[in-house]
Unconditional design. Sequence first.
Length: 489
Amino acid sequence: MSTTNTSAQSPGPSTDRSFFGQPKMLLNLFSVELWERFSFYGMQGILAYYMYFSVTKGGLGIDQGVALGIVGAYGGGVYLSTILGAWVADRLLGAERVLFYSAALIMLGHISLAVLPGAVGLTVGLLMVGIGSGGLKANATSLVGSLYKPDDDRRDAGFSIFYMGINIGALVGPLLTGWLQVNLGFHYGFGAAAVGMAVGLTQYALTRKNLPADAHHVPNPLPRSKYRMMIGIAVAAVVLIVIAVLTHLVTVSNLKWVIVGIVVLATIAYFVVILSSPKVDKVERSRVLSFIPLFIASAAFWSLFQQQFTVLAVYSDVRLNRVIFGWEMPPSWTQSINPVFIIIFAGIFAALWTRLGSRQPRTPTKFAIALVVMGLAYLSFLPLSGMASVPLLGLVWILFLFTIAELMLSPVGLSLATKLAPRAFRTQMVALFFLSVSLGSALSGVFAGYYDEKNGAPYFASIGIIAIILGVVLLLSAKPIKRLMAGVH
């Protein structure tokens, strides 16, 4: 097998430039992801408040620390479920069908949050949205990667445009659900998320036939002789989860640590399976090895970035001056600041990577810059720590730095996963990248437990310094990592 044929993706229509210089089918996947993110971030924008607000304010009255831990564990669980979605795509159904069924499950989950009361609605809704979002995300990303040849310099730019679609949804979702929550109640906000996902599902159902034929391909079909074994494993897993909950081995208080442990074990197992597979050749194995330090860097980044939904949610509710010309902005609206910047700068970054072509910084360098910028963002909280009421512009500046760091790592990481993936593990390699997001999201809930809203300076200072140190270490390791990438940039 030649080196040029070891990429995870089949050669895409490299001459197709009908959508802003990108393949036309990018528009379809762009739209699907936009509506899914509208519903997901719209729901997540009010999720923490729904749990820790008092019953008199329409919430569930859960302890704030426990609520933030659940938010982190939920975020980790969403990205953990990309493993399931990726495996089903690679072994059973193909990426396109898994994406469609996942979108339907997400819509049903939001409906459950909107109509079912209390803890029942919360549990059922989060489970369905979490599993569905995991299945949709890995497969949408894999399908985007299939539009490009391995050596197509437009790939990073295409993922940046795709990422802009994600953030249009992430911008509008919290604005609408936050307004509905404040004026009508939490369940109306969850209902709006359900409507948004229904729109996205309808749009996709009408256009899915236009996807490339490769989208329906099952790259590594599971032999029918193993179906019974896999069904038995699935049933056993469900039984173990039920027993763990009933015996209080898993509780709402330790759920974040359980998710962290599961993700770490799943990551190790995944790397072992891929690296030891006889279907992976020497060049592919080297590329997978190069992904290990980048996985660690990505997890560290997301443990900081995902605190928008834990620490920064509380910060916006308690510390931030949200009064604008006598009107008080809903606290969840601050979660739309980052998407605004993404929408503005994603196109600029895409154009920059396109213009630089082969002269652009390599992936390890981009990851290192992202960690350093995130460290600077957390250090930017320090001048605000002595203020009784933090000005909105202070948080805007910090989230601007979040955005620059995100654009240096997230779309680039998605692109990298599709480039480094062995042919037999195309979607599952994308799931590995999302496992780094899962680990970081769960850790964001763990770290939130150490945040003191009355004196946050030590927390912000320590996290900022550690992030910068990690970025510098990665930068110094860039050359050996690039050698392992075996020609992939």
